[in-house]
Design a protein around this ligand. Structure first.
Ligand code: GLN
Length: 477
């Protein structure tokens, strides 16, 4: 397939104005993205491309635009992480367990995208059941970073980040339990926001750790993150913890006034922090001061506990959530099974990969009688302490700033044999996950060898609007 034209759009509004002006058609745009997907298929970002369907949708949306009946997202071509259900399409959580599973209903976020005329172009590779930070636990293999294909994409929404990075679609949806939107966004030089817990419905999203999971956008511009968040947020009767709070017009980004920003001193002294990242963050702090913000160090004495707390709680929740994949209710059924017990054992042994098994075992252990109080119950208490402390800091400051990740994208294969080292990569992102607060990762330069770096900005509960306005301003200055 040969695309006739090349397009590099970073913002939906530019696409929409070119369509209005007659310089661009939705079909040409879709064809261009399909061509990109084919050209960069080695990056392994897409698991499936909805080719015919997107071309059909392009035609009907072009017509709607001509008639003046198109929705807010007309002209947006978007990819979805392979753990978000889209009726009639496969959704596998990048696991052999669900390799042949077809969604019987659509997630609420998908319904909302379609209602506003977004075109869903395909499903995107991720870590198996979203467990990972490098996209290397996927049944379909790792996703490669477009800047340097020897490097990981980050994870778990690695396909979602690389698809946007390599201009294979304008935007994507990822999910974030402990950093899975923000980390790959940082490794790929794009924008990713994890909304406040309960801002976006989880209905139809394959559960990993339900008290953490959130869906959010990965984009090339703050404007697109804002409009996507505006569309997918809001109360949903099908997710009973989803918030009924009114959704602000995120896309009407306001001019950001000077802010009071805290940075966690311990993060800059954290063991394992890459020296280039440390240098970069110090430069960002100096820059923010120079453009009129107040930036001050604060102490957060629980930093050493966040990863352990996160992994005890999330593996506990995962062990419960993943019990439904037993070869009977859902998922892969072993051909070697001969009775009930062997069906469970063999189906789960064959269907899940190593990392998922490790977490199910760890989660089952921390919940087991005799250990529950020592691990699970204690981790719940530590979660509360962490939340109280971070909220206390946010009483005196608008935002808390940290690097998104302790290192830039690393070599594929470098960390996968050492789970502990992989888990430590989550140290900065799990803070917002444990506390339920919104956090965005924004590109903030590169290493000397050109690998992208991200800065994470955390805000108060339901203050995504402020995070977005601030980020736009920061990127422009
Ligand atoms: N790396 C973290 C984990 O493996 C976060 C994953 C996620 O946010 N889905 O749990």
């Amino acid at each position: 397939m040969l695309a006739e034209k090349t397009y590099t759009y970073n913002r939906l509004q530019d696409i929409q104005s070119d369509i209005k002006a007659g310089i661009l058609s939705v079909e040409d745009l879709v064809n261009f993205y399909l061509h990109q997907i084919q050209q960069f298929s080695d990056l392994n970002a897409f698991i499936e491309v909805f080719t015919e369907e997107s071309i059909q949708q392009a035609k009907s949306i072009q017509e709607k635009i001509t008639n003046g009946t198109a929705g807010k997202l007309a002209g947006m071509v978007i990819g979805i992480k392979d753990n978000i259900s889209y009726k009639g399409h496969k959704v596998s959580a990048s696991s052999k367990m669900l390799e042949n599973y077809t969604a019987v209903y659509s997630a609420t976020v998908i319904e909302r995208l379609l209602k506003e005329d977004a075109i869903i172009i395909g499903r995107l590779n991720c870590d198996e059941f979203a467990m990972g930070a490098s996209n290397e636990t996927s049944y379909y293999g790792p996703v490669k970073n477009f800047i340097d294909p020897r490097k990981v994409s980050g994870g778990s929404s690695g396909g979602s980040a690389v698809a946007v990075q390599a201009n294979m679609c304008l935007a994507s949806l990822g999910t974030d339990t402990g950093g899975s939107i923000r980390q790959p966004a940082a490794f790929c030089g794009v924008i990713g926001i994890k909304p406040t817990y309960s801002r976006v419905s989880r209905y139809g999203v394959i559960a990993y750790a339900s008290s953490f999971d959130q869906v959010g956008p990965i984009t090339r511009s703050v404007e697109d993150a804002a409009i996507l968040l505006e569309v997918i947020s809001g109360r949903d009767e099908n997710d009973n913890i989803s918030s009924g709070k009114e959704v602000p017009q995120y896309s009407e980004l306001s001019k950001a006034a000077p802010k009071k920003i805290a940075y966690i001193e311990e993060t800059l002294n954290a063991e394992g922090l890459d020296p280039e990242i440390k240098k970069n963050i110090k430069e960002q702090i100096a820059h923010l001061k120079a453009i009129g913000h107040t930036v001050e160090p604060v102490s957060f004495e629980y930093l050493d506990y966040v990863v352990a707390t996160y992994y005890i709680l999330t593996t506990a929740e995962a062990s419960s959530n993943l019990s439904r994949y037993d070869g009977i209710h859902y998922g892969h059924r072993s051909e070697k099974a001969f009775d009930l017990e062997s069906t469970y054992k063999l189906s789960r042994s064959e269907g899940f990969g190593d990392e998922v098994k490790r977490r199910i075992m760890l989660g089952t252990f921390v919940l087991s009688a005799g250990y529950y109080d020592a691990y699970y119950a204690r981790a719940q208490k530590v979660r509360r302490l962490i939340k109280d402390k971070i909220e206390h800091i946010l009483k005196g400051y608008d935002f808390i700033l940290t690097p998104t990740t302790p290192s830039p994208a690393f070599d594929i294969g470098a960390k996968i044999t050492d789970p502990l080292e992989s888990y430590l990569a989550d140290i900065f992102t799990v803070i917002a996950s444990l506390t339920g607060l919104p956090a965005i990762s924004v590109p903030c330069g590169t290493t000397e060898t050109g690998l992208p770096l991200g800065i994470q900005i955390m805000g108060r509960s339901f203050e995504e609007d402020k995070l977005l306005s601030f980020s736009k301003d920061y990127l422009e200055k």
